[in-house]
Design a protein around this ligand. Structure first.
Ligand SMILES: Cc1cc2nc3c(=O)[nH]c(=O)nc-3n(C[C@H](O)[C@H](O)[C@H](O)COP(=O)(O)OP(=O)(O)OC[C@H]3O[C@@H](n4cnc5c(N)ncnc54)[C@H](O)[C@@H]3O)c2cc1C
Ligand code: FES
Length: 273
């Protein structure tokens, strides 16, 4: 059993949770994820390891309550346990000294990009970060991101905080002013697609972290199949990070919509009853 050590509300829909998982904490690297199950009858869902501490044997996840399992997870408290947590899964993000790296997190994607920003900064890169959210309440980890970035830009769709607009607005200005060696974009598929269209124009290599529907997380079921260039890849074992200029985002959008009817089924957890 994996004991929950702490739970914090970051915004109305987003929580962070610290879980005791010593074996995972020992091996985790930025960019990797876990697959967890809440209880015997629960479905398996993938969540990125936002932070890890080998000394305390704990990992932190940050999740947005979007459906049945994430809502059920959001109802758990300090002292409760999860039945299983598998990980660390996936390839770690490539952390190299390159020069200037622009890191973009959209929505809960900020939690995923955060450990990579920290690792890139620690080895001496200049890191310019952009975080984007629907509105003020959905902006997460702003202080932590500011602490480890050389420059931080915040955008909200409705202009309730930071600059009104989308992450590609400051990105365009940054790329027009200076040469970036790499862009990392993590967030909604539509955001990653438009970042990649822009960085292609500026000829800047771009890494994205894909979020297809995963079931086993071990390369066996084929659920997370994505097309990258001429190749078929399984995001759980070949990714989740890929060259964004080669990803077929439209196919990924279509494949992620294949269980929409099932996802609309009411959540029978306490919160909805
Ligand atoms: C590698 C990876 C890392 C992720 N990291 C995070 C993270 O750090 N924080 C976070 O909030 N979310 C993360 N996600 C997305 C998260 O897995 C989904 O939000 C979650 O599975 C939704 O489950 P649900 O039952 O609450 O919602 P549902 O109502 O079942 O689904 C809502 C939406 O979530 C997605 N989804 C549903 N089931 C899965 C699944 N088994 N695998 C992947 N996506 C699914 C689909 O796009 C779906 O439309 C990650 C996804 C992947 C693939
Ligand atoms: S989740 Fe099954 S192959 Fe990737």
């Amino acid at each position: 059993m994996y004991k929950i050590l702490n739970v914090k509300q970051l915004s109305e829909e987003i929580k962070s949770m610290v879980i005791s998982a010593p074996e995972i904490a020992k091996k985790a690297k930025p960019g990797q994820f876990i697959v967890l199950r809440i209880d015997e009858n629960g479905e398996r869902i993938p969540l990125t390891i936002n932070d890890f501490d080998a000394k305390t044997g704990s990992i932190t996840i940050i999740f947005q309550e979007v459906g049945k399992t994430t809502r059920k997870l959001g109802m758990l408290k300090k002292g409760d346990s999860l039945i299983d947590v598998a990980g660390p899964l996936g390839h770690p993000g490539k952390v190299e000294k390159l020069g200037t790296v622009v890191c973009i997190g959209g929505g809960v994607g900020v939690a995923v990009v955060y450990p990579e920003v920290r690792a890139l900064k620690e080895i001496g890169n200049t890191v310019i970060s952009i975080i984007g959210a629907r509105n003020r309440d959905m902006v997460i980890l702003e202080d932590k991101m500011r602490e480890i970035s050389d420059e931080l830009h915040v955008t909200t769709d409705d202009g309730s905080y930071g600059r009104k607009g989308v992450v590609t607005d400051p990105l365009k200005e940054i790329l027009m002013k200076k040469k970036a060696d790499l862009v990392i974009a993590i967030g909604p598929i539509i955001m990653m697609k438009f970042v990649c269209l822009m960085t292609k124009e500026f000829d800047v290599p771009t890494i994205v972290n894909l979020n297809p529907i995963m079931v086993d997380g071990t390369g066996m079921c084929g659920s997370c199949r994505v097309t990258v260039g001429d190749e078929t890849k399984f995001a759980c074992v070949d990714g989740p990070e890929f060259n964004g200029h080669l990803v077929d985002f439209d196919e990924l959008t279509n494949r992620n919509a294949r269980f929409l009817n099932e996802e609309k089924e009411p959540c029978r957890c306490k919160k909805d009853s």
